[in-house]
Design a protein around this ligand. Structure first.
Ligand code: HGY
Ligand code: MN
Ligand code: MN
Length: 396
């Protein structure tokens, strides 16, 4: 399975992945998912929001145990973030069949669509729509960098955008969702464990800062006469670092667009996207309002118009203790509990259904980069841990 997926959407020069929602690479990943489902005799379906499901047992029976993750990627992403969870789910099912497990509850494997939000700017679109945390009207407003709307992209990929929206009936069939994911930090490397269990996800959000100044000639415009939004942007990036450091949080400007984007032109517009995360919502609010305040002060000084739009916000997620403790017991009480600053579909769905997560050791902690890595032995340990969990939850 790993070898099948390896070339899909990979940049041959950098080895980074570009598997953006509703593109050709995403379609190839989806075809692969369907083939894996059918090869195992599972009942394959897509839901109204384009998430893929592979069922063992009757989907309508209720109280299903569901596992899976996502197959899309960030720009120049790694191989593991998302696919490790989907591949491990199929491998765990193979392991359970090898063990001769008898299922007492339906089991499903999922691929949630557009988890990273790399194309339309909002993360976890598939799970947010399903859980009713993103309305159809809001989803219809999402546009990619070329101005293509989410419904247009879905339609071009062969899905029906008219059908998208909350799906409480589907969620009502799910008794538990367990997502396995590569760790995106070094906690397990430090504890010396191959597998851990998630405790909580930091609250996080994305804000768009539009700095508007005046385009002008880079050679002839006196410094004193400029209204250069790049300066205000640069000062805001430094303020973000400072505010995050003061609060023990993180804040990142990782995406920027510049108009007119000419090497010999003072920009008219610099648009920067802030990703900010903290252990609690009060701290996150302190950090983001501190950054915005600093940006406004700089903007006033340089004659720049600034607008700030919060494009998404995900509150803190504390995974439910009942399922978490059951999983910990199924793993013999050995797996450590860890929190994370990364967002996941399991976090979104936790507001609607019991969810839990397993993390697999990442020896460098690097993620959202082609250098993301997990050792094969640890991946196998993850599959066996997931199989133990699914067996405990779903089998007689
Ligand atoms: O950005 C995130 O936290 C995630 O990996 N979607
Ligand atoms: Mn990710
Ligand atoms: Mn992920």
């Amino acid at each position: 399975m790993w070898a099948d997926l390896a070339p899909v959407g990979r940049n041959p020069d950098t080895k980074g992945y570009r598997r953006f929602a509703w593109t050709g690479a995403d379609a190839d990943c989806r075809t692969w998912f369907q083939e894996q489902a059918e090869a195992r005799g599972l009942t394959y379906e897509t839901d109204r929001n384009g998430n893929q499901w592979a069922w063992l047992g009757d989907p309508a029976a209720g109280d299903a145990v569901v596992t899976g993750s996502h197959l899309d990627s960030v720009p120049e992403g790694g191989a593991f973030d998302g696919p490790l969870g989907v591949v491990s789910s199929f491998a765990a099912l193979d392991e359970l069949r090898r063990r001769g497990a008898e299922f007492a509850r339906p089991l499903a494997i999922t691929n949630f669509g557009d988890e990273e939000g790399a194309r339309f700017g909002l993360a976890c679109v598939g799970s947010r729509l399903t859980a009713g945390q993103l309305t159809k009207a809001q989803a219809y407003e999402l546009r990619d960098a070329d101005g293509i709307s989410l419904p247009q992209a879905m339609e071009a990929a062969g899905y029906d955008p008219a059908a998208i929206g909350p799906d409480p009936e589907r969620l009502a069939r799910v008794g538990a969702f367990v997502e396995l994911h590569v760790e995106q930090g070094r906690a397990l490397d430090l504890t010396g464990d191959a597998v851990g269990i998630a405790s909580a996800i930091w609250p996080h959000g994305r804000w768009r800062f539009d700095f508007r100044g005046e385009a002008n000639h880079a050679g002839t415009t006196r410094l004193a006469d400029r209204r250069d939004p790049m300066l205000t942007y640069a000062e805001t990036v430094l303020a973000a670092r400072r505010e995050a450091e003061l609060a023990g949080a993180v804040a990142t400007f990782g995406k920027i667009s510049v108009e007119p984007n000419g090497v010999n032109a003072i920009p008219s517009l610099v648009r920067g996207w802030l990703d900010s995360r903290a252990a609690d919502e009060t701290t996150l609010d302190t950090v983001t309002s501190g950054i915005e305040k600093a940006a406004r002060a700089y903007a006033d000084r340089h004659g720049i118009d600034l607008t700030v739009v919060r494009e998404s916000f995900t509150p803190v997620v504390e995974f439910g203790h009942a399922l978490r403790d059951e999983i910990a017991a199924l793993l013999g009480g050995r797996a450590p509990l860890l929190g994370t600053g990364a967002g996941h579909d399991a976090g979104i769905l936790s507001a609607s259904i019991p969810t839990a997560m397993l993390f697999v050791r990442n020896p460098t902690g690097v993620s959202h980069s082609p250098a993301e890595y997990a050792a094969e032995d640890d991946c196998v340990a993850g599959v066996l841990a997931l199989a133990d969990v699914l067996e405990g939850l779903a089998c007689r």
